[in-house]
Ligand binder design. Structure first.
Ligand code: ARG
Length: 458
């Protein structure tokens, strides 16, 4: 067993099981890069206020950079006995540079250290996620533009409702993702404050310069309250809330992709490289990627609940419970990145089976509302128009005819207000083109929305 950095007051070695049970090195080693950056900033600050000499600071920084290189080259032995990433790196530093290494932890605690590390880690991951989200959004805009005139059935209750354009449907996805990007940016702005200097919980007696370490690490400012700095993990909860909402959106889109690739819908085709086969049924091509994204939503929702539950009963300030924040957060980050990558690669590669979409929109009386609106324009109250069209639909079901397939005489059985010009509104093209206002499904509006969205995105 390695001697513990905190071993002074202990009279027997840690129980072997307890050592394993309390260690976090198995997962928090991932923070090494940010832990080293935090330590370099801390050492630089200590030197600037005269707690370390210039020589000591230089030795510490050189030592830490060597350790970073060792870790990256796979030449670093993580030790469970040293509990976590912070003590592993500090012990390695002292081994490398001797007594000066023991001065690094002056005016600092693992409590403000870990709070700093996670924020730095999450900030970097947020930046990666934000650009991946943008790549997906820009791919969606490209196919929305391509499919601005493609007509498909719009659904409510998964029953054919009114015709829409495929481009319009894709822009609905885009809007959801725009709000997600906003939530992510909010989360980043709120987490970007430096806990360094809070030390264990009460601050420190050294003449530290918190503004300097904050600035060196790219934080907007130091946090206001030392107790709060080391104890709250609301930024991790907020990130997971973002992740859950984002994945809920991707999951809904996934559900649609799964439906649309089925033989029963057959609206789109996903390239083979995004699908897998069956070990028994030779004909199968399964939409595994959207299915998995849909499935992974469950695990990210679970992480959000884990973190909320982790925090709900903790008294101030730091408690070891907080060590449990990392695995849910890391997995939420990894899962979000994978799902975004899958979507950003796959969406621009999908092709629309326009004929099938069009045929489906023709079934199910999707222009019934257009007929009612037509009657209203001719002076009939909307409720009466609804009734007239309802009767026409019942007749269509009985005779197997769509509204547009009925003769004028057939339509006039239900109202003599109907005239020959009715057929213009009964076509799918007429129906979508008529919804020509901001946020409407008309191809013209879709094209305008795409170019506005492109400007906003870039
Ligand atoms: N491994 C710990 C964590 O992840 C670091 C902080 C430990 N602090 C302490 N006083 N035990 O939260």
């Amino acid at each position: 067993q390695t001697a513990k950095p905190w071993g002074g007051r202990f009279s027997e070695a840690t129980d072997a099981f307890v050592e394993r049970f309390t260690a976090s090195i198995g997962f928090d080693w991932r923070l090494y890069h940010h832990d080293i950056n935090g330590s370099i900033a801390h050492a630089t600050m200590l030197e600037s206020v005269g707690v370390l000499s210039a020589e000591e600071k230089a030795q510490i920084i050189t030592g830490l950079e060597e350790i970073r290189a060792d870790i990256e080259a796979g030449n670093f032995q993580w030790s469970v006995s040293l509990e976590d990433v912070h003590m592993n790196i500090e012990a390695a530093l002292t081994e490398k540079i001797g007594i000066t290494g023991k001065k690094l932890h002056t005016g600092r605690s693992r409590n403000d250290q870990v709070a700093t590390d996670i924020r730095l880690y999450l900030r970097d991951e947020i930046d990666t996620i934000a650009s991946e989200l943008k790549r997906l959004q820009s791919g969606i805009l490209d196919i929305a533009e391509r499919e601005a005139d493609t007509i498909m059935p719009g659904f409510t209750h998964l029953q054919t409702a009114q015709p829409v354009t495929f481009g319009h449907h894709l822009l609905a996805w885009f809007e959801m993702l725009t709000r997600d990007a906003g939530r992510l940016a909010d989360c980043r702005a709120r987490l970007n404050q430096s806990p360094l200097g809070a030390a264990a919980l009460a601050g420190t007696t050294y003449p530290i310069n918190r503004a300097l370490s904050a600035e060196l690490l790219g934080f907007d400012k130091p946090t206001n309250n030392s107790l709060d700095s080391v104890s709250d993990r609301d930024f991790a909860i907020e990130f997971c809330a973002f992740a859950s909402i984002l994945l809920t959106h991707l999951s809904r889109a996934s559900e649609e992709l799964v439906l649309w690739t089925s033989a029963q819908f057959d609206f789109i085709d996903l390239p083979d490289r995004f699908c897998t086969g069956s070990s028994i049924m030779p004909q199968k091509k399964n939409p595994d990627v959207p299915e998995l994204v849909r499935g992974k939503t469950g695990r990210v929702n679970g992480h959000l609940i884990s973190l909320l539950t982790l925090m709900k009963s903790q008294p101030l300030a730091y408690n070891k419970d907080n060590q449990e924040d990392k695995e849910p957060l890391f997995d939420a980050v990894d899962t979000v990145k994978d799902c975004l990558r899958a979507f950003a690669d796959m969406i621009p590669a999908l092709t629309a089976r326009k004929d099938n979409m069009y045929e489906a929109a023709r079934r199910g009386f999707s222009t019934a509302t257009d007929l009612a609106d037509y009657l209203v324009r001719k002076g009939m109250p909307f409720r009466d128009a609804h009734e007239v069209v309802g009767k026409s639909v019942a007749y269509g079901i009985e005779t197997g005819k769509d509204l547009s397939e009925m003769s004028l005489e057939e339509l006039q059985q239900f109202s003599d207000t109907i005239a020959a010009d009715v057929f213009e509104v009964l076509t799918l093209e007429g129906s979508v083109a008529a919804r020509n206002h901001t946020g409407g499904t008309a191809p013209k509006q879709v094209k305008a929305a795409v170019s506005a969205a492109r400007k906003q995105l870039n």
